[in-house]
Design a protein around this ligand. Structure first.
Ligand code: DGL
Length: 272
């Protein structure tokens, strides 16, 4: 495999851009092909079968772009479909759940960890499973926060409506006395300040996007797959694909990522 081949990153929509942002910061030489399934978002309310089918189509698309590794930058996909993706991909694949679980298990002092995510991620109890493998005494409290995805997709990142909904969703977690909270959906780091404000200073927020980029760097180092060459602007280092609404995606992506994103191509993912 060619070390200068890109990394394939995908999500149900824009949330995976929080992982892209971390990869750009931590391993700036890497090229990236991003796919956001904007036509079929949200995944968090869909069945395991549907999320798996969508994910396999995306993997087939990314493999056509000759990626050297794939990051499933979506907690719902990581919870429901990672094994199937690994089978389909036949190249290294990482999800976002394991890296986040590992850091949370290491961070907590009182062994009380909260996880917020989509209904699918929380219902799967995947974070609980991974955390308990590392720290069997840990107590893991999950809370589905489905409206957060829509609030982020609507761009209401600093808004009284988001504050109000965060208060409602998070009050039971505040009362439970957790000292660590996993932002278990790739959209949530975008409302990190709201969540932090509501939870208070005594609660450490874990951002799996950051941890996933670290894990990816480690994996590429181990496999001797790091790209040694730096890129010049305009060399097509980052390419973005969506299944709908390219203009809207570009606008949003540019508000998250400092690198100027000029284009995103719309593809028909059902063809893959
Ligand atoms: N980005 C997805 C995740 O991390 C959530 C959005 C969705 O429901 O599709 O779970």
């Amino acid at each position: 495999m060619n070390n200068s081949a890109p990394i394939g990153v995908f999500d149900s929509g824009i949330g995976g851009l929080t992982v892209v942002r971390e990869i750009m910061r931590q391993i700036p030489n890497e090229r990236i092909v991003y796919f956001g399934d904007t036509a079929r978002v949200p995944y968090g309310t869909k069945s395991k079968e549907t999320v798996t089918r969508y994910s396999r189509q995306i993997v087939r698309f990314l493999k056509k772009q000759d990626v050297k590794a794939i990051v499933a930058a979506c907690n719902t996909v990581s919870a429901y479909a990672l094994d199937e993706i690994e089978k389909e991909a036949d190249i290294p694949v990482i999800g976002v759940v394991k890296p986040g679980a590992r850091v949370a298990a290491d961070t907590t002092k009182n062994r009380k960890i909260g996880v917020i995510g989509t209904e699918a991620t929380i219902g799967s109890r995947i974070y609980t499973r991974y955390i308990k493998e590392i720290n069997p005494d840990a107590e893991v409290l999950g809370k589905a926060c489905p409206l957060f995805v829509s609030l982020v997709e609507e761009g209401l990142l600093n808004d009284p409506v988001t504050d109000e909904i965060a208060m409602r969703y998070l009050s039971s977690l505040i009362d439970s006395g957790i000292d660590t909270l996993i932002l278990g959906c790739t959209h949530y780091p975008l409302i990190r300040s709201t969540v932090g404000k509501v939870m208070g200073e005594g609660v450490t927020l874990v951002n799996p996007a950051y941890e996933t980029a670290r894990e990816l760097r480690k994996l590429l180092e181990q496999e001797k797959m790091l790209n040694g060459q730096s890129h010049e602007l305009g060399t097509n280092q980052y390419r973005f694909f969506v299944s709908d609404g390219a203009e809207r995606f570009i606008k949003f992506a540019n508000s998250i990522i400092k690198y100027g994103i000029l284009s995103a191509k719309t593809i028909n993912i059902e063809e893959f």
